[in-house]
Write a new protein. Structure first.
Length: 106
């Protein structure tokens, strides 16, 4: 996690070996989950809605570890739910890395 945070904070892309290892099928499933489930609040294009935008410009300067914690544990007192019962930490790290560099289309 520290290596991921250091690379992302520096604005560098991670070497392939440092990316959380997920099958291409699981990556596709996570892209769909973010576009549909997260998009319900953050906008289908992730430009914001009920939730804040999830675009590289709006995430710049936010510590990746904090973003991972937000996804895993939610934000009490807000509509942001915890996803830890559905997603593993490595999956959330992958999602955050993708959001920071520009989330892929399906």
């Amino acid at each position: 996690m520290r290596a991921l945070s250091a690379f992302l904070l520096a604005g560098l892309s991670l070497p392939v070996a440092a990316q959380p290892e997920l099958s291409s099928q699981r990556q596709h499933e996570l892209i769909r989950l973010v576009r549909q489930d997260c998009g319900a609040c953050h906008g289908m294009t992730l430009k914001g809605g009920l939730g804040s935008p999830l675009l590289p410009d709006s995430l710049r300067g936010k510590p990746p570890a904090s973003l991972v914690a937000t996804v895993l544990h939610g934000r009490p007192g807000t509509p942001m739910p915890a996803w830890k019962s559905i997603l593993g930490e490595n999956e959330v790290e992958w999602i955050v890395a993708q959001l920071i560099k520009g989330f892929p289309q399906e």
